[in-house]
Design a protein around this ligand. Structure first.
Ligand code: ARG
Length: 461
């Protein structure tokens, strides 16, 4: 392909050069990515034109054979892309005419690049949505495996990044799983609107030829047909929806990354990320940096940027197609690449994390994490919750003063604060007792985590 030539930009500074206009308006540098969809769309269009007798059989066959040859040429890197032919559509059409002569010129009957490109990117995005759906599922399965292994692992639950109450690590993993469930639902919903066919809208008003849009839609596997030609050629809502979905999912991965970064720090030391997902420092030999989670946190802003890019791209456009729309592709493609890459690497990375049970347990036993359990215990002995809360506050003050954890207090010491406290308090004060007691739907007990995993596995099928 004639490469976009920076030198050209600079020579344009010295003297006017109209050929630069061609380079500036071209999109083939990036829309080359949708060549398959372009050929697929053209074959369906030609087949439909034959059925409605706009093309005869021989013409249609020639066109389809030509398009298939072009596909092979592109796949074998034998296709000569030219920036002078502006975009992927014109490059392919020009080559078709080279290959089969005058008949090639008939392919564009009853369509325009406006409905053609809108159709191509929807086909492309539909394919990508399927891949992204599988990548989400793959990460969900990895999380379920960890949750299953760690269903009873004691882990400190945090609020305000301060130890709050013990949870199970399996429960924590299932929280991430749940976020991905919602992401997958949003993706499915987005797919419904992507899967609608603009082809047949032509430039903006439809066409004078007796086209059969239902047939083309069926050939291309579209669920629906866009019902207004003006809207169909200019609508990019589906791309905005997709980047919004992607932004939300990246936000989840970014939060997740933040936790992994914290957990793998020396101060926390809850997990080890596999060596392959970290890098050393060029100067500090002891370093093992969590590069992948950091990069994903960074790439999240890039996807937000793409979403805002598309929102801004559309906000001033009158109906119908405007050349502005050509700028939809790069943010869309970049979002797909970033999201898919992030999901795939996440599955691999999570598949290899090592869990440091001792540190998790130690941390969950610190910070008076079972204070609420003690208050709940007193409530069960018929003390109103507010009063129970106050009693526990006093017990904690005492423990801090004597530098003891709750489990280290003797029964005598506890009974100084309430004579309702009995020897049965012991199990309430351990992290294991604390998590086991939260045994209801959505609770953190190992039993509930296992039930949630079973349900999830059924739903994922
Ligand atoms: N390359 C163009 C795009 O991506 C194709 C449509 C061009 N249509 C037009 N009327 N100039 O949007």
């Amino acid at each position: 392909m004639t490469k976009f030539n920076k030198q050209h930009v600079y020579s344009r500074l010295i003297q006017p050069d109209t050929s630069f206009v061609g380079e500036f308006t071209a999109s083939v540098q990036f829309d080359i990515r949708i060549y398959q969809q372009d050929i697929q769309g053209s074959i369906a269009h030609a087949t439909m034109l034959k059925k409605v007798k706009v093309l005869n059989e021989v013409e249609c066959d020639l066109i389809i054979t030509g398009l298939e040859k072009i596909r092979t040429e592109i796949e074998n890197d034998q296709f000569e892309w030219s920036i002078d032919r502006e975009d992927v559509h014109m490059n392919i059409e020009a080559r078709l005419i080279d290959l089969i002569g005058e008949v090639g010129k008939k392919l564009h009957t009853g369509r325009s690049r406006n409905d053609q490109v809108a159709t191509d990117i929807r086909l492309y995005l539909r394919d990508m949505i399927a891949s992204i759906g599988s990548a989400i599922k793959c990460l969900q399965l990895v999380l379920l495996d960890i949750a299953e292994r760690e269903a009873a692992t004691i882990f400190p639950g945090f609020t305000h990044l301060q130890i709050a109450q013990p949870v199970t690590f399996g429960h924590h993993m299932m929280a991430w799983y749940e976020m991905l469930v919602r992401d997958a639902e949003r993706l499915d919903d987005c797919e419904k609107r992507v899967n609608s066919m603009p082809l047949g809208s032509a430039a903006l008003a439809g066409t004078t030829f007796p086209i059969d849009r239902k047939m083309t839609a069926e050939l291309l596997g579209f669920d629906r047909i866009c019902l207004n030609s003006l809207d169909a050629v200019s609508d990019r809502d589906f791309a905005i929806e997709f980047t919004s979905f992607a932004s939300l999912l990246m936000m989840h991965l970014s939060r997740f990354s933040e936790e992994l970064i914290i957990w793998s720090s020396d101060q926390f030391d809850f997990i080890d990320l596999g060596k392959a997902f970290c890098t050393g420092s060029s100067i500090m030999p002891q370093k093992n940096n969590p590069d992948i989670p950091e990069l994903i946190r960074g790439k999240t802003s890039r996807v937000y940027g793409n979403m805002f890019n598309l929102f801004t791209l559309m906000k001033n456009q009158p109906l119908a197609y405007n050349k502005d729309n050509q700028e939809d592709k790069e943010p869309l493609f970049d979002t797909v690449d970033t999201l898919l890459g992030s999901l795939l690497i996440y599955s691999d990375m999570m598949g290899t994390i090592a869990v440091n049970h001792n540190n998790m347990q130690r941390s969950a036993s610190r910070g008076y994490a079972t204070a609420t359990d003690l208050a709940d215990y007193l409530v069960r002995k018929n003390i109103p919750f507010r009063d129970a809360h106050r009693v526990v506050e006093l017990i904690i003050d005492y423990s801090i003063k004597h530098d003891k954890g709750l489990v280290e207090l003797s029964l005598d010491e506890l009974q100084q604060f309430s004579d309702l406290i009995g020897s049965d308090v012991a199990e309430v004060l351990t992290p294991e007792g604390s998590v086991a007691a939260r045994n209801h739907i959505g609770g953190t007990s190992p039993e509930q985590v296992r039930l949630a995993i079973n349900l999830a596995r059924k739903q994922l099928k």
